[in-house]
Design a protein around this ligand. Structure first.
Ligand code: 9PG
Length: 547
């Protein structure tokens, strides 16, 4: 494949070449029809998209930081974080991928354009102001602004890129992928010590390695102490989990701060601000606006390290750290570091403080987290339904919970597996309170078989004896897996085709456009989001009443 290239320097490597330049352009000798878009963080839409069907901006605007890189939220050209690829007419794939952080790709007609956000002088400044004891991984690649460029077979091109990323950013440490029972997707925030102990008991001989407590145990976001639903405290609960032979796992969102938290009142200087001095928005959830910690502020870093040590001392050896993108949002940082470099600086402190715990990142900016965690969520949340027409289609939110969005994004990130354990989120076996058809539940389990990261939130009380037996089989199985095409696999000799998962929501007709506009307008009002939130919590409480 011939193309012309503008870059400062280049040298050949296995499978392609490495080029340098803060700005690189690749002039393609054809008009690509499909573009591989890579989303910024775990939940961000990722996959092959039609070039002539741009992504519409997500709604409501306040949610944008939770769905993708907010800097590019309104960019309707095909674009994505760190890498991009196109399909050539001969079936080959052409990839342009950064080897450093803070880089972005856009396709403009026949031009593939890549740039580093950080100018060389900024990089040097951050190098000088960074902590010499922790160092800054990846900064040298950022300074030289390196890119990998290759054309050829899709699988080979992406594998070669992953190998180079492993050299510049590093790989996971933990060897074994744990089998996890997670409290989120059945109980949501309706967890309590009593309920969790009952479930722990009912799981009995099911082969889970980890019992992971999700959102709902804490006093508040930023106030990481047990709330009144956990009267014996988190340490005692971890001990009860250990007594069953399982690892205790805990969810935290350590980089988020909300107005009701004590840090917000006591340490306003730890929060991330923009150049005008306003707090940087990290979205809206739990009925409150979300803000971010500045992960380069020495006192905030000390607090983060102490928090990690505290939860380890309680006995939690599997940590799911969520909403991590908040730490990498654009803003002015205490030590002048650029956003992803500053985030990575903080994540290194977190990793060092948690020691040998299994570290699962979630809502995480992908590249800046590589090499520092063991597992990573590679897609948005699943739910006990296939897709939400309201969120995915009317509000343009392909990061909205649902099995289709989750499968689509995770499947397009499987090439990252040499670098990190790929968490595709939980699978379902129960039929109760579940809108998924059997074949939809099956394809979700197929993806978990492919990645080998197996988790569920199924309540033992909701499983029929047959469903419980299938869950046990699933946890014990280690089928052979072979990829046979972009979306096709052989799993234990069975052919599995994910193609039906891929289509994006259908375009809106004129009546639906009116419906969508009305919904977008409503969704922009915080009280509407709060009312929806309250309604879904009421529905949840109702469905859990008998269990
Ligand atoms: C706990 C959950 C679970 C889940 C995480 C994360 O409002 N939002 O856009 C939004 C997105 C994701 C989300 C929650 C809210 O889920 O992925 O596994 O831990 O947090 O709150």
């Amino acid at each position: 494949m011939q193309f012309s290239l503008t870059a400062d320097k280049f040298h050949p490597v296995t499978g392609g070449m490495v080029i340098s330049g803060a700005n690189v352009t690749l002039q393609l000798p054809f008009q690509p029809k499909r573009y591989y878009r890579h989303g910024w963080q775990s939940w961000s839409p990722t996959g092959w998209i039609e070039v002539d069907r741009p992504f519409a901006p997500l709604h409501p605007a306040i949610m944008r930081p939770m769905q993708g890189d907010p800097i590019y939220a309104l960019d309707e050209k095909p674009n994505g974080s760190w890498l991009g690829a196109v399909e050539a007419p001969d079936g080959d794939v052409i990839l342009l991928g950064a080897l450093g952080l803070e880089s972005h790709i856009e396709l403009d007609g026949q031009t593939l354009h890549g740039w580093y956000e950080v100018r060389q002088e900024d990089g040097v400044r951050s190098l000088q102001t960074s902590d010499p004891t922790t160092g800054v991984v990846g900064l040298h690649t950022q300074l030289s602004g390196e890119w990998f460029i290759a054309s050829g077979d899709e699988t080979e091109v992406f594998a070669q890129y992953a190998a180079l990323l492993g050299e510049s950013l590093g790989k996971k440490r933990a060897a074994k992928q744990p089998r996890v029972w997670c409290s989120w997707y059945s109980l949501y925030t309706a967890i309590s010590e009593e309920r969790l102990l009952r479930i722990l008991n009912e799981l009995s001989d099911l082969p889970f390695d980890v019992f992971q407590i999700d959102d709902g145990w804490q006093k508040g976001i930023g106030d990481w102490e047990a709330n009144e639903k956990f009267p014996s405290g988190m340490k005692s609960l971890a001990a009860r989990i250990h007594a069953t032979g399982r690892t205790a796992g805990l969810w935290l969102a350590p980089l988020l701060i909300v107005p009701s938290s004590s840090i917000y009142r006591q340490h306003p200087d730890w929060l991330l601000h923009d150049e005008k001095g306003y707090l940087v928005s990290a979205g809206f959830n739990w009925g409150e606006p979300l803000y971010a910690l500045d992960t380069t502020h020495p006192a905030a870093l000390e607090w983060l390290a102490a928090l990690m040590k505290k939860v380890r001392a309680w006995g939690y050896n599997y940590l799911k750290l969520d909403f991590l993108y908040a730490g990498a949002l654009p803003g002015i940082r205490h030590n002048g570091m650029s956003r992803e470099t500053g985030y990575r600086h903080g994540l290194k402190v977190i990793r060092a403080a948690m020691g040998e715990a299994y570290f699962l990142t979630c809502g995480a900016p992908i590249f800046p987290s590589l090499g520092l965690c063991d597992g990573m969520r590679l897609g948005p949340d699943v739910a006990a339904y296939w897709d939400s027409n309201r969120d995915s289609r009317l509000l343009n939110n392909l990061a909205a919970p649902g099995v289709q969005n989750a499968l689509r994004t995770t499947l397009h990130r499987l090439w990252l597996r040499p670098l990190v354990h790929a968490d595709p989120d939980v699978v379902y076996f129960h039929t109760r309170e579940n809108k998924l058809f059997p074949e939809q539940k099956q394809i979700l389990r197929d993806l978990a078989e492919i990645t080998g990261f197996k988790a569920t939130s199924d309540l033992p009380a909701w499983l029929t004896p047959a469903e419980r037996a299938s869950l046990a089989d699933f946890l014990n199985a280690k089928p052979s897996v072979k990829q046979t095409g972009r979306y096709t696999f052989e799993i234990g000799g069975r052919s599995v085709d994910f193609s039906f998962v891929m289509p994006l929501p259908k375009p809106l007709d004129s009546l639906e456009k009116i419906h969508s506009a009305l919904l977008c307008w409503l969704a922009n009002m915080p009280w509407v989001i709060k009312a929806f939130d309250r309604y879904s919590r009421w529905m949840l409480a109702r469905s859990l009443r008998e269990s």
